[in-house]
Design a protein around this ligand. Structure first.
Ligand SMILES: Cc1cc2nc3c(=O)[nH]c(=O)nc-3n(C[C@H](O)[C@H](O)[C@H](O)COP(=O)(O)OP(=O)(O)OC[C@H]3O[C@@H](n4cnc5c(N)ncnc54)[C@H](O)[C@@H]3O)c2cc1C
Length: 405
């Protein structure tokens, strides 16, 4: 999919205004379907699922017409709740050991400049992925299924590979989805055959190793030669790419692109000690957050976070450009203690939004937006979670807007 992700507020607003939740319901599985392309903004906390939900709710549709769309937004909130409740356990098999593991690497044939999976439609989408940083949901499922369920890889390293390249990188949606496809967070593995791929990717490929019935595919006990050669995806090496990107900005004196760091003492953060400090990060770039108050606005780029979750230079460029929409934001490369050192003896009020990745902060934690904030806790399946959400949605709609039904 050749798509682009502008970072100026007007283009993002236009993208929200153009959501067609009804067409979405009928077409989202097709490569040219009416998907919103909003995930990079949602994942970065620039807009929330709640804002999108409120927008589509105001369009005058009957709830049943927009249920599919609202459900997909709720999938995102559901995965966030799984992470919030499971914590570090998110990164282990959630329900049961992934069945049929044959390796702990990734196939070389999905790597940039080596794309050759044997499935032409998937090759096309992978090549576009390296250009755009985005994959259609169905393609993500096809790739995960190919890598884990046909190629026999354990889900962990391939999920890290995909996360690294995604503009919408989100460890909750990503990890849960890879586990869902590979059978460690679902009751069975997800597989697609060539007929299904041709239908949704609008290709016409035949004679591939997936060109057979589901029964035959599930009986697969060999690895197609295209998926045989393996590559050891290593977080330490890919983190160096993220770090190089950061370093180039630390030593760039141009204030428009500069990132502050204790390693470059010539450029201390420009802090007003009489004002509170608002912390932004990879998952919270909300330009409307406390926008009417005067504050020091600091985007924390923490080394330990990026060592665990490295992102590609393309994603980092996107995040940086998006964050620039927050007036007077300053970028800081360092850990929490490094920030405290910059604050010296002044102890301003410090605010941030709740997220599983920022538990070390001390100050005033604020809640994130949720569509159904009443539904919290771990639910073993999306549908158990959705049932609760639906009840609340009905209750919200019925008394006030009976004519909607
Ligand atoms: C293997 C795999 C890995 C994934 N990794 C990520 C990831 O790192 N980050 C990420 O944001 N999403 C991830 N997803 C979920 C989904 O693919 C993307 O959110 C969706 O494709 C984004 O495109 P869109 O904005 O056009 O979505 P639309 O279809 O227009 O949906 C609107 C919004 O609803 C949410 N949403 C839709 N479908 C899903 C879904 N299946 N799961 C969770 N939320 C959903 C997203 O926030 C999305 O922006 C992954 C899915 C799979 C199968």
């Amino acid at each position: 999919m050749k798509v682009s992700f502008p970072t100026d507020p007007i283009s993002i607003q236009k993208r929200i205004q153009s959501i067609d939740p009804v067409k979405y319901g009928n077409s989202r599985n097709y490569i040219d379907g009416e998907v919103t392309l909003l995930s990079p903004y949602i994942a970065r906390g620039y807009i929330s699922t709640k804002q999108i939900f409120e927008h589509v709710s105001s369009l005058g549709y009957k709830p049943y017409q927009i249920t599919k769309f609202v459900q997909e937004l709720a999938w995102r909130d559901y995965f966030q709740q799984v992470w919030r409740n499971k914590g570090e356990l998110l990164f282990q098999d959630l329900k049961q050991t992934q069945p049929g593991i044959r390796n702990y690497k990734i196939p070389k044939s999905i790597l940039r400049d080596h794309v050759q999976t044997g499935i032409p439609g998937i090759n096309r989408e992978l090549n576009d992925f390296y250009e755009t940083g985005y994959l259609h949901n169905h393609v993500r499922m096809y790739i995960a299924s190919l890598v884990c369920n046909i190629g026999g890889a354990y889900w962990k390293k391939p999920s890290e590979w995909m996360y690294y390249h995604l503009l919408d990188a989100d460890a909750a949606s990503n990890t849960c989805s890879w586990q869902w496809v590979s059978g460690s967070f679902s009751s069975k593995k997800y597989v697609a055959n060539q007929e299904n791929i041709n239908k949704y990717l609008k290709t016409n490929d035949h004679g591939t190793y997936l060109d057979r019935s589901y029964e035959k595919i599930l009986e697969f006990n060999f690895c197609p030669k295209e998926l045989e050669e393996l590559f050891d995806w290593d977080l330490t090496s890919v983190y160096r790419e993220t770090e190089n990107w950061i370093e180039s900005k630390i030593w760039n004196p141009n204030p428009d692109v500069h990132i502050y760091s204790n390693s470059n003492p010539n450029f201390p953060l420009d802090l007003d000690s009489s004002l509170p400090v608002l912390i932004y990060d990879f998952y919270n770039l909300d330009p409307n957050w406390k926008k009417d108050i005067l504050a020091n606005r600091i985007f924390m780029l923490r080394p330990h976070f990026f060592r665990k979750f490295p992102s590609s230079p393309k994603t980092m460029d996107f995040v940086f450009a998006l964050a620039k929409n927050i007036p007077k934001i300053q970028f800081f490369w360092g850990e929490w203690e490094d920030l405290l050192r910059q604050l010296n003896s002044t102890r301003p009020e410090i605010y941030w939004k709740e997220h599983p990745t920022n538990k070390e902060y001390i100050g005033k934690e604020e809640e994130r937006d949720w569509i159904f904030s009443e539904v919290t806790g771990y639910y073993p399946s999306f549908f158990a979670y959705w049932k609760k959400c639906e009840k609340i949605w009905d209750r919200k709609n019925l008394p006030n807007q009976p004519n909607l039904f």
